[in-house]
Write a protein that binds this ligand. Structure first.
Ligand code: A3P
Length: 321
């Protein structure tokens, strides 16, 4: 096991040329690693996290495919867990971006030149640790699979994911969403793709180990935030008391984390994440264009084909959300 960055970098340099490559979809290059399309620039971090991350029973891991509502779920989980420490007028969410409060394992934490000490030891300095990841279920670090940590997955209907990702990638510049975007998305050759495998990997896990992995839909959260916040809080071990419910604590968290509220905060309107993505690009419209009819298909290929034919029926010159 390489313990220094040089050893690891060398290992990745040797591995990269042997992996199938694609240009990716609205991103830089991607390579096929363990059956998913890993962005070239994250491969090293993913491998390092797989090898060294030490998960603990109290960890709460938020997993998602990009553009499915990750940022929103970060704010909800942070608020649920910290509700006895902060109120909506002094929560760090008012001054710190959600990605800083709930960092990504492979994007934020294992991208340094040294191993992050707090993530590889047997006694973490804080508990619970709120972490997030876009890594598919089958490639999660072994210690996540072995510990009793909780994994919360958020999924969104793929049509809106394509639209959201498109806007995120063009960053407000002129551009047209066309059939090619849908086509490459459906083929699966997108960062962290195939989408279907990502979703169904966690979906199956949530059916097999419901105490460990819980599956949430973006559309369900939007439809009935209060009952889903209750389910979320119970699952992560921070259930709301009857007294809290009557005091309106759940609704208060929902309001604090609403798209409008977060989007209007100065901290989310300015600056950038990883010096690459404008903070405001994570808060756009949050609309639902198509409903989640597709999850009834348990075979990813059937789901993909059905959904693709549904999308082909849509006139792409419509104005998308
Ligand atoms: P749209 O581009 O459709 O508006 P992610 O956080 O996984 O990158 O997902 C981004 C999507 O979630 C964007 O969708 C964004 O607007 C939406 N979003 C961000 N914060 C939200 C919130 N508080 N409530 C609902 N949707 C939110």
């Amino acid at each position: 096991i390489p313990t220094s960055t040089e050893d690891l970098d060398q290992e990745v340099q040797e591995l990269l040329p042997s992996l199938p490559k694609e240009e990716g979809w609205l991103t830089s290059g991607i390579c096929l690693y363990q059956g998913f399309w890993c962005p070239d620039n994250l491969l090293r971090n993913v491998i390092w996290a797989q090898k060294h991350f030490q998960s603990h029973d109290q960890d709460i891991i938020l997993a998602s495919f990009p553009k499915c509502g990750t940022t929103w779920l970060k704010t909800l989980i942070f608020s649920i867990v910290n509700r006895s420490r902060y109120t909506s007028s002094n929560t760090p969410l008012l001054t710190t971006t959600p990605h800083k409060l709930v960092p990504f394992l492979e994007i934020d934490l294992f991208d340094k030149t040294e191993l992050p000490v707090d993530l590889i030891g047997t006694t973490p300095s804080m508990s619970p640790r709120l972490l997030s990841t876009h890594i598919p279920c089958s490639s999660l670090p072994e210690s996540i699979k072995k510990s009793n940590c909780r994994v919360v997955y958020i999924c969104r209907n793929p049509f809106d994911v394509v639209v959201s990702w498109f806007h995120f990638a063009i960053e407000g510049k002129p551009g047209k969403l066309d059939e090619e975007h849908f086509e490459s998305f459906f083929k699966g050759q997108v960062a962290l793709g195939p989408f279907w495998d990502h979703v169904l990997g966690y979906w199956k896990e949530s059916l097999e180990k419901p105490h460990k992995t819980s599956f949430f839909m973006y559309e369900d959260l939007k439809g009935d935030i209060v009952s889903h916040l209750k389910r979320l809080a119970e699952f992560i071990g921070y259930p709301f008391s009857i007294e809290e419910e009557t005091r309106g604590v759940i609704q208060e968290i929902a309001d604090l984390c609403s798209l409008k509220n977060l989007r209007d905060l100065e901290v989310n309107k300015s600056g950038s994440y990883k010096e690459k993505f404008a903070n405001d690009s994570f808060f756009r419209k949050g609309e639902i264009f198509s409903h989640a009819i597709w999850l009834q298909f348990s075979d990813p290929k059937v789901a993909r084909d059905e959904y693709q034919s549904w999308c082909w029926g849509i006139d792409v010159s419509w104005s998308f959300p």
